[in-house]
Ligand binder design. Structure first.
Ligand SMILES: *[C@@H]1O[C@H](CO)[C@@H](O)[C@H](O)[C@H]1NC(C)=O
Ligand SMILES: *[C@@H]1O[C@H](CO)[C@@H](O)[C@H](O)[C@H]1NC(C)=O
Ligand SMILES: *[C@@H]1O[C@H](CO)[C@@H](O)[C@H](O)[C@H]1NC(C)=O
Ligand SMILES: *[C@@H]1O[C@H](CO)[C@@H](O)[C@H](O)[C@H]1NC(C)=O
Length: 169
């Protein structure tokens, strides 16, 4: 499953220390280890920071709810670089990005920009571009691309820009 959204989380203080009554926890053995500032919903409130509550869904995926009501699966939590890598369980993150409003949260985009392109010819995805199958239509593919990708390549090719997140204006 592709990682489609990387966020930086803060505050960055006291991420390492153990809090009383707070065990490291996880939703499945392959899932991320959960500890401060994150906590699982059944753990004590002081085990996590407000807005950092995770829960396990019925597939044992680790779920983070971001404002407003955007539920994403946590693929990885990097407690050193303070980044969290997320993907959409419905494999259609492009429909969720417009709903995401991080302005009142303790998360910020790690990628500067995600741009959606509608392409009349297939192309092979690389590390910083992803097919968005749910938006495709007959003869067309939609790809989500992060800012590190060479956009000139797409714009000079058979693709048109249809959406970008966060919005620039
Ligand atoms: C979820 O985890 C529990 C406990 O480890 C296990 O019994 C169950 O089979 C898992 N469910 C799925 C869908 O993987
Ligand atoms: C995001 O939320 C803030 C406060 O909750 C609001 O002021 C702002 O207009 C929202 N932005 C968008 C793009 O909806
Ligand atoms: C992509 O472009 C085609 C042709 O203009 C259009 O029919 C289709 O709806 C577009 N898809 C999206 C998701 O904008
Ligand atoms: C993609 O990422 C992998 C692992 O991070 C790296 O080894 C590889 O060189 C990258 N490929 C490209 C085309 O950047």
């Amino acid at each position: 499953m592709s990682i489609l959204l990387s966020l930086v989380f803060f505050p960055l203080l006291s991420l390492g220390h153990r809090l009383e009554g707070c065990e490291d926890s996880w939703c499945n053995n392959d899932g991320p280890v959960i500890h401060f500032p994150f906590r699982l919903s059944h753990q004590l409130k002081h085990c996590g920071y407000p807005g950092f509550e995770l829960h396990c869904n019925n597939k044992n995926d680790t779920i983070l709810e971001l404002p407003s009501s955007v539920h994403l699966v946590v693929e990885k939590i990097d407690y050193v670089s303070h980044q969290i890598h997320l993907y959409d369980p419905d494999e259609c993150i492009a429909t969720k990005l417009p709903k995401l409003n991080l302005s009142q949260s303790n998360f910020r985009n790690a990628d500067d920009l995600t741009v959606l392109f509608n392409c009349s010819e297939p192309f092979t995805d690389s590390n910083d571009s992803y097919l968005v199958p749910c938006l495709g239509s007959s003869g067309y593919q939609v790809h989500a691309v992060t800012s590190t990708f060479n956009l000139d390549f797409l714009l000079s090719g058979p693709c048109t820009k249809i959406h970008q997140y966060p919005y620039s204006d």
